[in-house]
Design a protein around this ligand. Structure first.
Ligand SMILES: [Zn+2]
Ligand SMILES: [Zn+2]
Length: 114
């Protein structure tokens, strides 16, 4: 799913009980410069929501480097669909959970403001 052109509430949940909700995508007025996407922080090890379109992406909490969840390294099944798209694409396969460290985290869009 493409989500740069819209904003939606995304729920991330894992079988270990980890659960979080965040705003993903961009606002209608801000599509060129803002696309909020889930990322895993290498520093504090938490799931953070970071602007995908920023050149230098850092954790808003500890300023460490973050890895976005469209990186195949964070996905259980690496479905390669050619070159990395410019837009952030929500992974369909299970992802690395920041809480238990297993590939059992799933993202579910809850709503869409479009
Ligand atoms: Zn951090
Ligand atoms: Zn987990």
């Amino acid at each position: 799913m493409r989500f740069a052109a819209m904003g939606s509430i995304i729920k991330a949940l894992c079988s270990c009980g980890f659960e979080t909700e965040f705003f993903g995508g961009s606002l209608r007025s801000d599509q060129q410069s803002v696309c909020m996407a889930p990322a895993l922080c290498a520093g504090c090890g938490n799931l953070q929501t970071v602007n995908y379109l920023e050149k230098d992406c850092h954790c808003p909490v500890c300023r460490a480097t973050v890895v976005f969840y469209n990186d195949p390294a964070l996905q259980a099944e690496q479905v390669s669909s050619g070159p990395q798209p410019e837009d952030f694409v929500l992974p369909r396969s299970a992802c690395l959970c920041p809480s238990c460290g297993c590939f059992s985290l799933h993202f579910e869009p809850l709503s869409c403001c479009e």
